[in-house]
Write a protein of this length. Sequence first.
Length: 295
Amino acid sequence: MPAAAEAEKNPFLNQVIWITGASSGIGEGLVRAFSGCGANVVLSSRRESELRRVRDECIQAGASAGSLLLVPLDVTDYAAMPAAVQSVVDAFGRIDMLINNAGTSQRSFCIDTDMQVYRQMLELNVLGQIALTKAVLPLMAAQGSGHILVTSSLAGKFGAPQRTGYCAAKHAVMGFFDALLTEVAYLGIRVTTIVPGFIRTNVGANALTGSGAAVGAPDPDIDGGMDPDDCARVILQGIANGVEEIAVGNGPEMGLLELKRRDPTTLFRALEARAAEVRAGSNQAQIARSQNGEP
């Protein structure tokens, strides 16, 4: 098959695709999906042991070891980014796609939330994505091509209880990357936002409480969400189709996007009711702990 025809059939073949937050969840699903398409995939996160696990599983599934590069990276460590970019260039010569997927969530009411938690939300979910994007942009500009993506959330489209910091961060992400799209198109660089609903990941258990500790317990909504591999397939299809804002999920929460546009007042009242349910549940749990002599 001629190269042009092969590229049209599989637009990700031999592309160099850098994914942060690649050690679990949506990022891990994207690594598997892109490696299965014959892409060169760069895996980044803070947990090198988990990156090795994901890489090894991709190799077992048929990916070439030489097409998978581990670049451990904390996206809040801006000083480490130039060396990380250089390591990708040294290995593959270019970066065709950057998927900013690192992040964490929150589960606490504003009145109970330390300011440090808000700082963490913004540092990891917003400023880290901006910093790595800025580190990669000059290379893509010199190439005359590239594609930058970011994983936002439904929380970047409307507010939800116990997520004031997370919603603030994801709204900021949507604003920054929507604005970036308008600035870099003339350079041949595309920008895409990804807007997931409930995806079956550890984001709920890893979410921060008001003190900054991890929740450490499963989230029923997320546990009942879309499989990460199915999510990744939807994202890849959206990229291939040139969709600039990819909404992905298969639960009733996805209907809230349209409700916010069509009838925001009804959405606000529904989410207020949800907040009341959460508070009532928290109060009942505290009463039960007190009766059992727990703090």
